[in-house]
Ligand binder design. Structure first.
Ligand code: FE2
Length: 194
């Protein structure tokens, strides 16, 4: 007998930031005095430090990168990355989602010239709304009437807890979204590329 083999499977990294409690305290404290606004080009409702002129000074991005570096290196090693590759933070921003807020389906193509992007869940209650999800842009699964005969998956909701970090390639094959916050829970996370 035999078994199904995966062919060219995609991946993303899902980990937990060990220094989450410390990092959460710093970032949330800084977010109360930071300049946050609705990014003009985003077709959604969210306040963010994405395009503010004080983003680099408003948040301790050096501390942020120190705290998540172990996760980045863990992923790098699991991918058997080049030993001498340099991991550099290219840009980072913080989003704050309040009730009614969401983020549209998007990719990070056209942003910073980064290899990977991430979502770090600074403050998140997994039993409330505002889930993060990936879409599969590959429609090959529907060819040849395959999806009429077998179940297929187009969306994927990582089982995220507060303090978790999701890292994925910044290319167009990883469209993602944040669903609407409907239960009044504030939800904050950081995105960045490197
Ligand atoms: Fe994103």
């Amino acid at each position: 007998m035999g078994q199904i083999q995966n062919l060219f499977p995609k991946f993303y990294y899902h980990g937990h930031v060990e220094r989450h409690d410390e990092l959460k305290q710093v970032l949330l404290s800084e977010s109360t005095s930071a300049k946050l606004s609705q990014p003009k080009e985003w077709n959604c409702s969210v306040t963010s430090s994405f395009e503010t002129d004080t983003n680099r000074e408003d948040f301790s991005w050096d501390l942020f990168f120190e705290c998540i570096k172990d996760n980045v290196l863990e992923m790098h090693n699991q991918l058997h990355g080049q030993m001498f590759s340099e991991v550099v933070l290219s840009e980072a921003w913080l989003n704050v989602y309040s009730r009614g807020d969401s983020q549209e389906v998007h990719t990070h193509v056209g942003g910073a010239d980064s290899t990977f992007s991430c979502a770090y869940f600074v403050q998140y209650n997994k039993d409330k709304d505002a889930q993060f999800l990936f879409y599969d842009p590959n429609q090959e699964k529907h060819l040849g009437n395959y999806s009429k005969h077998y179940s297929t998956v187009n969306t994927w909701f990582p089982d995220v807890q507060e303090g978790d970090i999701i890292i994925f390639p910044s290319n167009y094959l990883y469209p993602h979204q944040v669903k609407e916050v409907t239960r009044g829970e504030r939800y904050t996370f950081v995105s960045w590329g490197f």
